[in-house]
Design a protein around this ligand. Structure first.
Ligand SMILES: Nc1ncnc2c1ncn2[C@@H]1O[C@H](COP(=O)(O)OP(=O)(O)OP(=O)(O)O)[C@@H](O)[C@H]1O
Ligand SMILES: [Mg+2]
Length: 251
């Protein structure tokens, strides 16, 4: 059995980065290695993990490695493939916070043909390379909305966690993400409610996604600051999500 790969998606501001950071922290307690992948060009995952903004900006984006890794990966476009050498280069490239290996993807640029195929194929190959052992986890913080998903950034993940706030617009985007994920071969889609302040809000989200909800995160003053601190209630809710995902695994 190999490790687990999770991508966190949802509407802008719903709490993707906050949930990704808290999950990374929770997995780091119990797993040998956690790959923290920031797929959002805004690069906010590192600060959300408690890294100073200045230090976070210094982290080189992975897309910069693309050309130098082309040879190692033996091919172009969709034909990138993985070799042990690639995994080694990656390990060197990661920014380490204890047993958290941080990777910033960087901004995708359109190729000459107007598509992002080569960048996507590269990033996808990298993500594939990341998952080796059962005590390793990948948590990827996705950019807002569905555009990235439609480009295939989350291809091959085991779980797509969709974060939603308890309001119609956030739920609407979460639904779009859910629909698209089905077409993209994502194995499991699960919904997490965030910034919850009442039982009515829980009911609203559960009614919108019957059978799909794996957790509710409270509105939390500590999380609000976005600097890697969470209240115990918030962290407990995240640990419970983690345990649910562990039970739901099939492969
Ligand atoms: N449970 C929570 N309680 C209080 N504040 C929260 C909570 N979750 C997130 N926030 C705050 O809401 C804002 C948006 O959160 P976050 O950056 O995690 O969302 P996002 O979905 O990653 O946003 P973006 O689409 O910009 O990447 C931040 O100010 C964050 O601190
Ligand atoms: Mg974010």
């Amino acid at each position: 059995m190999r490790g687990i790969k999770i991508a966190v998606s949802g509407k802008g501001g719903a709490g993707k980065t906050t949930l990704a950071a808290a999950l990374i922290r929770a997995y780091a307690e119990t797993h040998r290695r956690v790959y923290a992948v920031d797929a959002d060009p805004d690069a906010s995952l590192a600060p959300a993990l408690g890294l100073a903004e200045e230090a976070a900006k210094e982290i080189r984006p992975l897309v910069e490695l693309k050309d130098s890794m082309r040879e190692l990966m033996g091919g172009e476009g969709e034909f990138f493939s993985l070799t042990p050498a690639v995994a080694e280069v990656l390990d060197d490239f990661c920014y380490r916070l204890g047993n958290i290996l941080f990777i910033r993807m960087g901004e995708l640029k359109k190729g000459a043909t107007g598509c992002y195929c080569r960048e996507n194929a590269f990033l996808h190959a990298v993500l594939t390379a990341l998952l080796l052992d059962r005590d390793e986890v990948v948590v990827m913080d996705m950019p807002a909305g569905i555009e990235h998903l439609s480009r295939g950034t989350a291809r091959g993940v085991d779980f797509l966690l969709i974060v939603t706030e308890p309001n119609r617009r956030s739920i609407h985007t979460a639904r779009l993400v859910e629909d698209l994920a089905g077409d993209l071969g994502v194995k499991r889609v699960a919904v997490v409610g965030n910034k919850i302040e009442s039982s009515e809000e829980i009911t609203l989200i559960e009614a919108a996604f019957p059978g799909k909800v794996v957790g509710m995160l409270p509105f939390d003053r500590a999380a609000y600051r976005g600097q890697g601190d969470f209240s115990n209630d918030f962290l407990n809710a995240v640990v419970s999500i983690k345990e649910t995902l562990g039970k739901e695994r099939v492969s």
